[in-house]
Write a protein that binds this ligand. Sequence first.
Ligand SMILES: N[C@@H](CCC(=O)N[C@@H](CS)C(=O)NCC(=O)O)C(=O)O
Length: 208
Amino acid sequence: MLRLHHAPMACSLASRFALVEAGLAHEIAFIHTTKGEQNTPAYRQINPRGKVPALETDQGVLTESTAILPFIADLAPDKALLPPVGAFARAQAQAWLSFLSSTLHTAMRAVMAPAVGCEGEAARTAAVARVAATLEEIDAHLAGRDHMLDAFSVCDLYLGVFLLWRAAPGLAGQLPALSNLDLFQQRLFSRTALAAIVGEELRLRMAA
Ligand SMILES: N[C@@H](CCC(=O)N[C@@H](CS)C(=O)NCC(=O)O)C(=O)O
């Protein structure tokens, strides 16, 4: 049984979405990072870095969204959540996953949870500008397209989490209106299963 260690509304939500879209049997182990549960000795046994996501599999623990999302997609080839291994389109998908992780996530984190020494107003303003520029680039890519790739994929699920973060404290009201991203987000969360998960996640996050 796959077991996803996940914090409500964290980047690990993309892996939760992917497990559901893949139709794979799984369990969710909630790690309330707002309460420091990622730093308990028990969780450090699972992921010594103290981060979510961590996916327990029958082959061991896998960390890093950019590894977990393709792993899940490949477990359900009938769902075609990524192009096949070896195809150029697969490498393009990997490029988007890397970009979302290394550029968009990093910029958003610098606003929402700045590193020690980077909490000042100038650093915050620069980080918001990096988020805005990154979102503008993705918005331009989505012009005339329904998905990040030619079809629905885990790239869409990963982007969807960061689009939800636009409403988080520190980012809400700070970003430009981007119509392609807004339409993409509406389409993505018109998928009933994903919308239900987001509702649960928001309730859990508010209760934390
Ligand atoms: N590169 C990692 C980043 C994981 C990460 O930063 N997770 C955050 C939640 S979005 C976390 O666990 N934060 C807890 C902490 O830093 O204490 C991935 O994409 O899987």
